[in-house]
Design a binder for this molecule. Structure first.
Ligand SMILES: NC(=O)c1ccc[n+]([C@@H]2O[C@H](COP(=O)([O-])OP(=O)(O)OC[C@H]3O[C@@H](n4cnc5c(N)ncnc54)[C@H](O)[C@@H]3O)[C@@H](O)[C@H]2O)c1
Ligand SMILES: O=C(O)C[C@H](O)C(=O)O
Length: 348
């Protein structure tokens, strides 16, 4: 496909319907994928978005053509090929990264790092250059290592702002609400509970003691519920094995939409949205940790800190912290190694 020609076509269409009250450009990287496509559909229907920029290394023309027929005012531009990534991200207010490889049964999220680190690296470099003030959100796994890697790249370029880099953990919240609502027999929207830590196995810590409405479970049932939330991603991976493979896509697109909406409301100054997300913080012994965040015009307005934990949750917290430290270090080590290799290349 001729990427330049494609860009020219999209430029023509881009000006269709530009006057919305919300002037926000959202860029989706990995827009042709299992998460990317439904997420773009949801964003193309969202009133807080005025421009949707889609980027992938493949299938963009088809996804673009399809989305561009949807009769909403939101303008859309489509980009393919690495050389067009800067144009895709230019002036974006929110960059949502859903590109990269997904798990297959038997794999842990950590196993994806070798493949996905280079994707995050590439995108973080362009974010640093083209939209350093954007709210930069990473869905790509392993979130626990990809976020620290992106931070190192932004730091190297002197544009790191801890208020603007997010690991998206919203799916853990979405799942928790669903499972708890089933237990309590209430509407999922009525369930409010922090899920802290990271986004992988035991680093996912649902704080059941803080659940509203109150959840009164005996220890065995509470342990079972926590395990189900921590392993929910694997539950989907196993179920999808019979159907071509992959991990959660539809529920993740929904979760990414919820998170994007909260960010845009914050940017707009519309209320005081609160969401948990994996960010640089000093609330724990880890350099990055997910806690409830109040969002605002500059991203994180206030880190609401660690919720009160029960004695059992304190134990789970310590396990999460120990694992997270390793995951975070993996991201930092990758950056160091990749930088060393860069320097070596230059000498040659
Ligand atoms: N944070 C979470 O809660 C969560 C939930 C579900 C999935 N994920 C992760 O999201 C990622 C994507 O999952 P999926 O199911 O959509 O995968 P997928 O394979 O269906 O789609 C990935 C897309 O990324 C594109 N891509 C690959 N390299 C790229 C690059 N350099 N630049 C731009 N696009 C690129 C591919 O072409 C593909 O279209 C995986 O890493 C998965 O583990 C995270
Ligand atoms: O489990 C995965 O690999 C994808 C994602 O992190 C999830 O929680 O569904």
């Amino acid at each position: 496909m001729n990427s330049l020609k494609f860009r020219q076509i999209t430029r023509l269409v881009r000006n269709f319907g530009t006057t919305t009250r919300n002037d926000f450009k959202v860029a989706v990287v990995g827009s042709s994928g299992g998460i990317g496509q439904p997420l773009c559909l949801l964003l193309k229907r969202n009133k807080l978005v005025s421009k949707l920029s889609i980027y992938d290394i493949k299938k963009t023309p088809g996804v673009y053509a399809d989305l561009s027929h949807i009769d909403t005012k939101i303008s859309i531009e489509g980009f393919q090929c690495a050389e067009n990534l800067p144009a895709a991200l230019e002036k974006a207010h929110v960059v949502m990264v859903v590109g990269g490889t997904a798990r297959k049964p038997g794999m842990k999220r950590e196993d994806l790092f070798n493949k996905n680190a280079s994707v995050v690296e590439e995108i973080a470099n362009v974010v640093a250059e083209k939209c350093p003030k954007a709210l930069f959100c990473i869905v790509t796994n392993p979130v626990n290592s990809c976020v620290p890697l992106a931070a190192e790249i932004l730091k190297k370029k002197n544009v790191f702002d801890p208020k603007r880099l997010f690991g998206v953990t919203t799916l853990d919240l979405v799942r928790s609400r669903t499972f708890i609502a089933q237990i309590l027999g209430v509407e999922p929207s009525k369930v409010v509970m922090p899920v802290i830590g990271g986004h992988s196995g035991q680093t996912i810590l649902p704080v059941l003691s803080q659940c509203k409405p109150a959840l009164k479970l005996d220890k065995e049932k509470a342990t079972k519920l926590i395990k189900r939330i921590q392993e929910a991603g694997t539950e989907v991976v196993k179920a999808k094995d019979q159907d071509g493979g992959g991990s959660a896509t539809l529920s993740m697109a929904h979760a990414a939409l919820l998170f994007t909406e909260a960010l845009l409301k914050g940017l707009k100054g519309d209320g005081k949205p609160v969401k948990c997300s994996f960010v640089a913080s000093d609330v724990s012994d880890c350099a990055y940790f997910s806690t409830p965040l109040q969002l605002g015009k500059n991203g994180v307005e206030k880190n609401l800190g660690l919720p009160k934990l029960s004695a059992d949750e304190e134990k789970l917290y310590c396990i999460a912290v120990e694992q997270l430290k390793k995951d975070i270090q993996k991201g930092i080590d990758y950056f160091k190694k990749s930088n060393k290799d860069d320097k070596k290349d230059k000498k040659c």
